[in-house]
Design a protein around this ligand. Sequence first.
Ligand code: PLP
Length: 338
Amino acid sequence: MTNARVTHGKLALHGGSPIRTDNLPYGRQKIDETDVESVVEVLRSDWLTTGPMVAAFEDAFTAVTGAKHAVSISSGTAALHAAMFAIEIGEGDEVIVPTMTFAASANCVVYQGGTPVFADVDPETLLLGPEDVEKKLSPRTKAVIAVDYAGQPCDYDGLRALAKKHNFTLVADACHAVGGAYRGTQVGTMADLSTFSFHPVKHITTAEGGMITTDNADWAERMKQFRNHGITSDHRQREKQGSWFYEMTELGYNYRMSDMQCALGMSQLAKLPGLVARRREISQSYDKIFSELPGVRSLVVRPEAYHAYHLYVVRIDESELGIDRGQVIRLSGPRASA
Ligand SMILES: *Cc1c(COP(=O)(O)O)cnc(C)c1O
């Protein structure tokens, strides 16, 4: 006699029936008709790049995060690079970064000639905490990049206190955490500088794109020049002023976002609270299911965090499951016969 409950309680790996037969993708964008229309509207307008949508998207982003300034930029990686440029990271400077993150969180330090110093993370949350940072501090530590891993904001009270005591700049790599909050305050204002990505696997997308938020007006101005070759005014500003004159005062890059991307960003941003709420709903059912499964443990979520759930990460006990991490990934990937 087959008992449905027993079958349900068994992993597919151990002979139970699979929850799904098709592949659940790592990430996928959600684009609707309003998104399409806002991009098309820009295509019919005078400005495809460096136009009015850029400032409009930046203003909308300050409204959502509560930060004083938002600087749009071509990717999350460029956002991190600009942050390192703003605080003048250079040769001989150390920047503490967590071990668990995407490559760009450390690469940005190297772009500026600085040295990334890797710190361990809390095994329960995979977040960088003040006690992890403290172990890696040196007289050369100029900044710390805290990554809100999976979408859970770090312990910013602890990190900010340490930053004040040891006089380093606190940067939040919040590429996983847009729409999240810490003690009721939005991600984007927790650190001196916060960086975001709008790659299609993230919460909201502009295809490629990024943003830096800060309350520091000088840094915001520096980053606006940095994304535009290091030049003191952009094309539109010069047209407004009726002047051809500009200076290149620093070595910058072409890291601008186009008006098409910013228009998409604005219509996506309007949907952010709903998208985060849906991710939290799904994660709640995961919490419940995984808590009943042997050999699988969800990460710990701290009560002060409003988790934005870019990722849902589980830790597996390889001996209890009887298979290793690689096999779990292969088993949950696309099925040839499905
Ligand atoms: C996605 C991501 C980045 C880089 O963003 P891109 O827009 O892909 O350049 C940086 N840091 C973290 C933690 C990310 O998840």
